[in-house]
Design a protein around this ligand. Structure first.
Ligand SMILES: Cc1ncc(COP(=O)(O)O)c(C=O)c1O
Length: 327
């Protein structure tokens, strides 16, 4: 007779009890596309970043921006109010980090971004200033107005502006994603594709991948109606979190190989197809990422591995027209 005793060992697949909720950031799954890649020889792996606590990879950079400033002695929970402007994802992530650590947080955002994100911030205790947009769109004048409002808030004593567009800690936080990709693939990656807002994700991951191998290609992605990195004029589009009308200061020409321009309508269709055909329920910028990754796969034609992030959860877009309305 064989008696199987209950195991007292922690399974290697389980996480031990965490110190705080902050430890639930990162260590996200990497899954292959099954249907969208039909007819292609390449393998496209999607890093499911919506497994992060606020449903977005921005949790990684929010934690780094706060903890790196703490290490430098620049901020303390009982004394500092953190200030930031955001399309909503960074604000949600900062709200989470500040709630755990006990910081006051003031956020400047706009009604051009989804209501879910704004309500996530207020639900986790952030004070939110909403700058009105023109018709709910990301127009070239929107960010300057938001930045101006933030700058004025940041003048108050005891405030720390995390300033995600200029803060190198943003990209430092995203290096964790790069390290996970190398560990999960055993280092066998040929290309990484990421749409660009602050460029923290693209540059943070690129740094790690290119340090591992100069052969790994990095592609940044932007919408055709505001393709500033590719030399176009800033324009209007509806892909939240990316292409804010200027080339972000963190974008380092040494760390990417090419900029890919995608059509917003096709990016939206790809987000819908990801949900229906792959069970990957993510937002519009993820649609742009996968659309661009499919193009890289098609143009290369070979048996390569391409990694791209599912930036955030489709649940963040329920109030928008990205997914079909039932009621
Ligand atoms: C939904 C979404 N996608 C993509 C990005 C771009 O990420 P990054 O700022 O790291 O370039 C952002 C940034 O805010 C975002 O909110």
């Amino acid at each position: 007779m064989t008696v199987v005793e209950p195991s007292t060992q922690t399974s290697p697949g389980y996480r031990p009890v965490a110190d705080t909720a902050l430890q639930s950031i990162g260590n996200t799954p990497l899954v292959p596309l099954q249907r969208l890649t039909a007819g292609l020889r390449a393998r496209i792996l999607v890093k499911l970043e919506y497994f992060n606590p606020t449903g977005s990879y921005k949790d990684r950079m929010a934690l780094a921006m706060v903890e790196e400033a703490e290490k430098r002695g620049e901020i303390r929970p009982a004394e500092t109010t953190i200030v930031e402007y955001t399309g909503g994802s960074t604000g949600s992530s900062l709200s989470f980090v500040c709630a755990v650590k006990g910081y006051q947080l003031r956020i400047v955002t706009s009604d051009a971004f989804s209501e879910e994100k704004i309500r996530t911030m207020t639900s986790m205790g952030a004070e939110v200033v909403v700058v009105r947009s023109v018709g709910g769109k990301i127009t070239p004048d929107l960010m300057p107005r938001i930045i101006d409002r933030t700058r004025r808030l940041a003048e108050a004593d005891g405030t720390y502006w995390t300033d995600q567009f200029n803060n190198k800690d943003n990209a430092v936080g995203q290096r964790t994603m790069g390290r996970e990709i190398l560990a999960q693939t055993g280092g066998s990656v040929d290309a990484f594709v990421a749409s660009v807002g602050t460029a923290g994700c693209a540059m943070g991951v690129a740094r790690v991948l290119k340090d591992h191998s100069k052969e790994i290609k990095v592609y940044v992605v932007e919408p055709s109606t505001s393709a500033v990195i590719s030399g176009g004029e800033p324009g209007t589009h509806g892909i939240e979190g990316i292409a804010l009308g200027f080339a972000p200061p963190l974008l380092d020409r040494e760390l990417y190989d090419a900029a890919l321009v995608v059509d917003e309508g096709e990016a939206r269709d790809t987000a819908r197809r990801l949900a229906v055909e792959e069970g990957i329920f993510a937002g519009t910028s993820t649609g742009a990422n996968v659309l661009a990754a499919l193009r890289v796969a098609r143009e290369h034609g070979g048996d390569i591995t391409i990694v791209t992030p599912a930036v955030d959860s489709g649940l963040k877009y329920i109030s928008t027209d990205l997914f079909p309305r039932v009621l």
